[in-house]
Design a protein around this ligand. Structure first.
Ligand SMILES: [Zn+2]
Length: 256
């Protein structure tokens, strides 16, 4: 027989909505349990357990109770372990964080562990909370790249996705092809031209270790190229266009 089960988990608050007079329904991203819907009873009453209400984009430790015959768990306590208030102090950081959360909501599934996706979101939110002006676009592109890879959607960038041939001199990015292609291999539909330097920078965004990227951040040209590619590819993978793509910093209109 199913029993109640008490446990704690690292968590990111992906969505919050009021429930009744004093409670909240929260959607949490967790590394080992995927997406969790939980009721935070009395969250808006003062008290140490839920600190007067759980805020969007908070990260910390969730104390949960899984209940038999109920889809919604109980959130008994949310302990904030680090200060990410910086996300709310600047519009560029705020939009960037909203976009990270919107992709996380799309890709975190109930009961489906995805520590890589969780880790990428946590790293991106931490970095964005302290991001100097003008650098949010690079962090978004980095998160998109790592989230695509963590959900099995990494585009092929190292060779032509159609014929497998070398693409050292640059190529076209084509969402339906699933990566870069030669001009003569491109399927019909929109594509984006990548010169050799942008393509190499894009590959680095997908593969380089984080300390190396921090030491040598992607150039504005590479961030622009990544934005154009992900503007095509993320809606293609999701089969819809996330609303948060609109106000992203550094976004340019792709020529069709
Ligand atoms: Zn080809």
């Amino acid at each position: 027989m199913a029993r109640s089960h008490r446990y704690t988990s690292p968590a990111i608050v992906m969505r919050v909505r009021p429930f009744g007079e004093t409670s909240q329904v929260v959607h949490l991203a967790t590394p080992d349990h995927g997406m969790i819907s939980a009721l935070a009873k009395g969250a808006h009453r003062p008290g140490p357990e839920l600190q007067g209400g759980v805020a969007l984009a908070s990260t910390g430790e969730a104390h949960l109770l899984r209940r038999p015959r109920s889809e919604m768990e109980l959130l008994n306590r949310f302990r904030i372990l680090e200060d990410l208030r910086g996300l709310r102090q600047d519009l560029e950081r705020f939009y960037a964080a909203c976009h990270v959360l919107s992709l996380l909501r799309a890709w975190m599934k109930p009961m489906l562990p995805n520590p890589a996706l969780f880790g990428a979101a946590l790293t991106a939110l931490r970095a964005l909370a302290r991001a100097p002006r003008g650098s949010a676009g690079a962090w978004i592109a980095w998160f998109e790249a790592r989230a695509l890879a963590a959900t099995g959607h990494r585009p092929l960038l190292e060779a032509c996705a159609s014929c497998g041939g070398a693409v050292e001199g640059g190529a076209l990015f084509s969402a339906p092809a699933g990566g870069v292609v030669h001009r003569h291999c491109a399927p019909p539909g929109p594509s984006h031209r990548l010169d050799a330097a942008s393509l190499a920078g894009l590959v680095r965004l997908y593969t380089a270790r984080l300390p190396d990227l921090k030491r040598e951040p992607p150039t504005p040209e590479v961030v622009r190229a990544a934005r154009a590619v992900h503007d095509q590819f993320v809606p293609y993978v999701l089969e819809r266009r996330p609303a948060s793509l609109g106000p992203l910093p550094g976004r340019t209109v792709t020529r069709r």
